[in-house]
Design a protein around this ligand. Structure first.
Ligand code: ADP
Length: 583
């Protein structure tokens, strides 16, 4: 029950609703006692022949009034208690979402997206249930249960009450036990269903590869097995569920059986009137729900406790990259200088970058080349503070990156990654993502610069064409160019193109680069590319190998140096010639 204490902050915040809700719940519990009593009295009156029509009408009005009052009270306690519980999941969801947006890529690297989604959905709903149904079952099972037992024992017969209560604890225990079993098997069935879902999605996405390698039969067999697994696990859920109702019915039946057998004897012995026995059995019926609720309470609380612990642990995870207390509130500009001794990814042992020393004057273009895995992207990610914890320092406008507010730093740097992401919105919205207030003119201007304007006009809805999930309806090159347009619209102090032209042809690349050159006068640009022609006009080129700078200089310097760059350049030129010749 500790989870109720943990949620104390929330109950305090929603004190009014909970107090009113619980009070109404108690009133309902008391009112519930009235109808069985009246029915008993009427039965006795009939038995003794004292019932008149007028009396019956009076009792009828009392019953209707009690019924109406319970109707209204039940409505309001639900609003008070369940309504507040919804607020709790809203508060927690907001906190989680805020926390997620503050976490660094290192966090997303170690957490699985599916798990995070589960925390944000299933766990929150379990906590909401604790604050809603948990409180309801706690108060209701104690109050209704307590009141009914008191009414039975003190106004009818304490002996009969004790006898009929014997099976009740078993009912609470069994409900709790079945609940746990049911939850476990349901969870397993859900898991099996999600993996079937993953499997289906993967097969459909990868159908071409499956067909190319002739793996259809294996894939179908695999699917059949997983599908069978889902059926089996759901059957188990159905079996446990099917056992639950009959078992509970038997226990309730035993209680009623005891009531009739012993109660009947008391009536025959004149210890009870027939009306009292009728009231008693009706009260017994009222006890069933609180006992069931008591059993459920354990499950609800157990689940809520586990979910609350998981969500709290997640919220306690430190935001690794935070603003310094006295961080500057200016958008950085000026020269960039790397004095990086060493950088190792969190949790890794091998350094990825070593001895990276270079400076880049404002307005210059820097080209970074090197084999895949040589550390180019890592070097750039440090500039936007996606990762920290390196030895040495990186200066921007003469100050360390951490001296600026993160928002300001990111405002100054437009980063176009290799793996572009387009949202399910129209093209104009996708381009204007960095600046939602941009005018259509500005959006078109950015699209022209990124050489995508003409393509966009070809689409049926032009700029208002909706881009599907992850932009499926566009070619790789088109997606890349939209991502570039998005960065250009920001018109950032530093533009980083991280291999972001890999899917466009050499000619388009050249066109984009030359329009960039004209438009980014006085602003810094950093380009990494596999195609050396893309960076040959850069003011400075760095060649990376295994995280170190092995060559540096202008294109001319490097061609004279006769190293990796020159070899690669000649190799690529030859390739291009062969390609042209082949056409
Ligand atoms: P490049 O951009 O030159 O292809 P990267 O900077 O992407 O190279 O990668 C350099 C090395 O760092 C690779 O060996 C890669 O496996 C490793 N690496 C990249 N990102 C991470 C990460 N988030 N965590 C651990 N290692 C990483």
């Amino acid at each position: 029950m500790k989870v109720f204490l943990d949620l104390g902050w929330f109950f305090k915040q929603e004190k009014k609703s909970y107090i009113v809700g619980v009070f109404l719940l108690l009133l309902v519990a008391l009112l519930q006692l009235v109808p069985p009593k009246i029915i008993g009295v009427i039965a006795d009156d009939i038995n003794e022949g004292t019932l008149t029509f007028g009396l019956l009408v009076e009792w009828m009005f009392v019953l209707i009034a009690v019924g109406l009052a319970m109707y209204v009270l039940r409505y309001y306690w639900r609003i008070m208690i369940f309504g507040s519980a919804v607020k709790l999941s809203k508060i927690l969801r907001k906190r989680l979402y805020h926390h997620f947006t503050n976490m660094s890529p290192a966090f997303y690297q170690k957490s699985r997206i599916g798990d995070l989604m589960a925390h944000a959905t299933n766990d929150l709903s379990a906590i909401q249930q604790t604050a809603g149904s948990g409180i309801l079952t706690l108060v209701d099972s104690l109050s209704t249960g307590g009141f009914v037992i008191i009414a039975m024992a003190f106004t009818i017969s304490w002996k009969l009450t004790l006898i009929c209560l014997i099976p009740m604890p078993f009912m609470a225990l069994l409900t709790s036990w079945f609940g746990t079993m049911l939850h476990r098997s349901f969870y397993k069935a859900q898991e099996a269903f999600s993996s079937l879902n993953d499997k289906t999605q993967e097969s459909i996405m990868g159908i071409k590869v499956i067909k190319t390698f002739g793996q259809e039969q294996e894939d179908i067999e695999d699917f059949r097995k997983q599908s069978e697994d889902v059926v089996q696990k759901n059957m188990l859920v159905a079996k446990i569920d099917s056992l639950y109702d009959p078992t509970i019915s038997i226990i309730v039946g035993i209680s009623f059986f005891l009531a009739i057998v012993f109660g009947g004897r008391y009536v025959l012995n004149d210890e009870l009137t027939i009306g009292q026995l009728i009231s008693f059995t009706t009260y017994l019926g009222l006890l069933v729900w609180p006992m069931l609720a008591f059993g459920w309470l354990f499950n609800i609380v157990e689940r809520g406790r586990a979910s609350y612990d998981r969500v709290s642990a997640l919220l306690r995870e430190n935001v690794e990259i935070i603003d310094l207390e006295n961080a500057l509130e200016v958008v950085p500009c000026g020269d960039i200088e790397y004095r990086l001794v060493e950088f190792t990814y969190p949790g890794e042992s091998r350094p990825i970058l070593k001895d990276i020393y270079f400076s880049l004057s404002r307005g210059e273009t820097l080209g970074i080349v090197g084999k895949t895995g040589s550390g180019k992207t890592t070097l750039l990610k440090l500039l936007i503070r996606e990762f920290e914890g390196y030895q040495g320092e990186i200066l921007f406008g003469g100050k360390r990156l951490a001296d600026y507010k993160l928002d300001n730093l990111r405002e100054a740097v437009g980063y176009v990654p290799q793996d572009h992401f387009l949202f399910s919105a129209d093209i104009a919205q996708n381009i204007a993502f960095s600046n939602p207030n941009a005018t259509m003119e500005q959006i078109e201007q950015a699209a022209r610069l990124a050489n995508i304007h003409e393509d966009i006009l070809q689409f049926t809805d032009g700029y208002h064409t909706i881009v599907g999930e992850r932009g499926v309806s566009l070619s790789g090159g088109q997606k890349q160019r939209i991502s570039i347009a998005r960065a250009l619209l920001m018109n950032p102090e530093v533009l980083i193109l991280d291999d972001s032209l890999s899917a466009v042809d050499a000619k388009t690349e050249e066109a984009i680069l030359s329009s960039l050159k004209q438009n980014r006068e006085g602003k810094t640009t950093i380009i990494t590319s596999h195609r050396l022609s893309a960076i040959q006009h850069a003011n400075q080129i760095l060649v990376l190998e295994e995280g170190r700078i092995i060559e540096r200089g202008t294109h001319k310097d490097l061609m004279e140096a006769d190293g990796w760059y020159k070899n690669m350049y000649l190799h690529q030129q030859l390739e291009e010639l062969v390609e042209l010749g082949g056409q």
